[in-house]
Write a protein that binds this ligand. Structure first.
Ligand code: UDX
Length: 691
């Protein structure tokens, strides 16, 4: 049964000779052991130095009795504190109805507040194209007295040029002069981390104390000032998240006994190996905050142990998740570990562990989910956690705004574009992307009514966390236009009685993201070489439905179909048929039958790319399908990309990017040229909109 007790203690500060007592009422549930955290505030000035104690934590309580100290020792205390200070802490667990109070004397470390704040190098390792989200992150973490070292994946030219341009005026930002294709979980991630660390020692004017890594999908949930205070308490410590106690399980899960080789942007599993003997293997997460001294040892003054373990980890999957921990635990720095990577990660393993990286690594890796409003971030403020991951403005931007609020970033007014997000999907200066080029060029032609245009950029527009439209920027003679197009979904639905009313959405495209259960091909651009993916979403219902999904080619021939039972729960199902490529260009149809009755039909376009299509036909198709097939479309239609694009996309408006015109893009709220203060690096530190 539950036990209510009091956790009482007294505190005597020896220097000021002041005493303080405290009490916390606790209910211990059903004899289940739990860690206890006691928080109270006590600050004082002694000899002109500020001290304070805010919390003491870490006893495991079972059934009202303290049973163990060790497990909870690493339990984090709130970080937004004054300094921890000296004296004695006497604690008792005063149980109601169970025995006598027991007292214990415990020394609390004295830590003076440092006059010089720690200087941090924020190591940003970036991937993707969401430059506006990265700029927003910079807005939250940028302080002129810290440093910012940025590595951008070799393949992300767009992000690199845009970000470099946007941060030119900010001091203390440097970009790695080299770049690697740092694939997910690859050995190259550790090589990149160590190379960046080495670079830092060549920047003679950078006097830093810590290096802390962040990615494009991280965001702050507390202010950088609170982080500075926290780090000041733990000077020279190293912050890493350890896996727990079961090392053999960790080794197995990480594949540390397997030999991996990274080659051609893939981690190949080539065999078994023995883990190094005589050392403690540790690990858990690849987000770190490491002290200068430890980093100096690793990259400037390594010993034999470091060198041999480095070789071992050269052939390890997810190397940064265990390398730093293992080096730290086995080096002279072993006592400096604080088991906290300062991050909270949004793990939903049933979705995040769907072996989605098999095309990159010969292993089933997991990945955290994107925060949405359903995930509660605010309560985490009690813990010494300063960053959260992952965030993705194409999925949910509201949580970023919320995190900004938690981090003390305030906007004097919510500007009109606050709920908009823009991300570039095509830029002419990059390498060719044939299908996007065909698609966006045809949209530009549609607007200009001319073939003599020069496609410059295509941008995806999101509003209030929904995909809205594509924006095509193109030049015609000397004028640059931006035109907005919205997808016209042509679909019909009926058959409510047979369970078809449970069908809520059909999305057609490619790039299925099993973790977020979305198609990353937002504009749904399908060409002859696209591996089609279709999501059909069903709400809860009273009875199961036998759903048949059918893909029909422009000539009216079924290319693929699948029947599955949809139980009474809600489902987001994906249909990814294994079709022979290239596909037949033209108007395709996607049909859904519920209990053999047609309930929905959506048509979509496969853009011609001048390739000879392969044969796709199913030998045996059920009668209820053949009786309901759409008519074949005329053969000529299938080859005209412009008319195909026109049938699917509706023109919504245009503006002029520059010049003497009263329809300027900077005045059109949907335009990628409209002011977007939340993602503007011009305002960082300038205090124009931020309070
Ligand atoms: C993270 C950890 O990286 C991984 O070790 C752990 O097992 C799960 O959590 P995830 O969040 O999926 O995985 O990684 P992601 O954010 O995609 O990438 C991690 C870092 O690698 C980022 O800094 C990212 O910018 C970089 N990266 C990733 C690249 O530079 N290029 C890529 O192609 C992929």
């Amino acid at each position: 049964s539950n036990v209510t007790g009091r956790f009482v203690g007294c505190f005597k500060d020896e220097r000021s000779d002041r005493e303080l007592s405290f009490m916390k009422k606790l209910t211990i549930k059903n004899s289940v052991s739990q860690c206890v955290q006691l928080c109270f505030k006590y600050g004082f000035i002694y000899a002109g130095v500020e001290f304070g104690i805010e919390c003491w934590c870490g006893h495991k309580i079972a059934n009202g009795r303290k049973i163990e100290d060790k497990i909870c020792q690493e339990m984090p205390c709130p970080g937004n504190s004054l300094q921890q200070c000296g004296g004695y802490l006497a604690l008792a667990i005063h149980e109601t109805g169970i025995g006598q109070p027991r007292f214990e004397k415990k020394t609390v470390l004295v830590r003076e507040k440092q006059s010089n704040k720690s200087r941090i190098v924020f190591l940003l390792t970036l991937n993707g194209r969401a430059v506006r989200q990265v700029k927003r992150l910079l807005g939250s973490i940028y302080r002129p007295h810290h440093y910012y070292y940025i590595h951008i994946d070799e393949r992300q030219n767009y992000l690199r040029t845009q970000l470099q341009q946007a941060t030119k005026h900010l001091k203390n930002i440097k970009y790695a002069q080299w770049s690697m294709s740092t694939i997910w979980g690859g050995a190259s991630l550790l090589t990149m981390h160590l190379k960046c660390m080495k670079d830092l020692f060549s920047f003679k004017t950078w006097t830093w104390d810590y290096i802390l890594n962040l990615s494009e999908s991280d965001f702050t949930i507390k202010s950088i000032e609170l982080l500075e205070n926290y780090l000041a308490v733990y000077s020279n410590s190293n912050f890493l998240r350890a896996h727990g106690k079961d090392t053999p399980k960790f080794v197995k899960k990480q594949g540390l006994e397997k030999l991996f080789v990274e080659c051609d942007r893939h981690m190949w599993r080539v065999g078994e190996r023995k883990i190094p003997q005589g050392i403690r293997i540790d690990g858990g997460s690849d987000w770190f905050c490491l002290s200068r001294k430890f980093v100096h040892y690793m990259v400037q003054n390594p010993d034999d142990m470091f060198i041999s373990l480095r070789k071992y980890w050269e052939y390890s999957l997810l190397p940064s998740e265990s390398f730093f921990h293992t080096i730290l635990s086995n080096s002279a720095f072993c006592t400096t570990l604080v088991n906290n990577n300062l991050h909270v990660t949004n793990w939903k393993r049933s979705r995040g562990c769907r072996c989605q990286y098999k095309h990159l690594v010969d292993w089933c890796g997991c990945s955290p989910n994107i925060f949405t409003e359903m995930d509660r971030i605010s309560p985490l403020r009690q813990h010494p956690i300063f960053f959260a991951r992952k965030f993705d403005s194409t999925i949910n931007q509201k949580t970023i705004a919320h995190s900004e609020e938690l981090s003390g970033v305030k906007w004097t007014s919510q500007h009109s574009s606050f709920d908009y997000f823009w991300v570039n999907d095509y830029s002419s200066f990059e390498g060719r992307n044939e299908i996007k080029e065909i698609f966006y060029t045809n949209l530009a032609k549609l607007h200009s009514r001319s073939n003599d245009i020069n496609l410059l950029n295509a941008t995806l527009l999101f509003y209030e966390d929904n995909f809205e439209a594509v924006l095509i920027e193109y030049a015609k003679k000397d004028v640059v236009f931006e035109a907005k197009f919205k997808r016209k979904w042509i679909w019909s639905q009926d058959g409510g009685k047979v369970g078809g009313d449970r069908l809520v959405r059909i999305t057609i495209g490619s790039d299925w993201d099993p973790k977020e259960e979305i198609l990353r091909n937002w504009a749904g651009i399908v060409g002859q070489t696209t591996k089609i993916a279709i999501i059909h979403s069903w709400r809860e219902g009273d009875t199961p439905v036998s759903a048949t999904v059918v893909l029909v080619q422009p000539n009216g021939v079924v290319a693929a179909f699948k029947t599955e039972t949809i139980d009474i729960k809600s489902h987001n199902l994906v249909f990814q048929p294994d079709l022979n490529l290239p596909l037949k260009p033209g108007k395709w149809s996607f049909l859904i039958f519920a209990n053999e009755k047609k309930v929905a039909r959506v048509s979509f376009v496969v853009l011609p790319m001048g390739l000879n299509p392969e044969f796709n036909e199913i030998s045996k198709v059920e009668e209820f399908i053949t009786n309901n097939l759409p008519e074949a479309s005329p053969a000529t239609e299938s080859l005209n990309a412009l008319s195909l694009v026109k049938s699917e996309w509706g023109f919504q408006g245009f503006c002029v990017v520059s010049g003497d015109n009263n329809n300027l893009c900077r005045n059109q709220i949907w335009s990628s040229h409209y002011p977007d203060p939340k993602s503007s690096t011009e305002l960082i530190g300038g205090g124009l909109l931020r309070e």
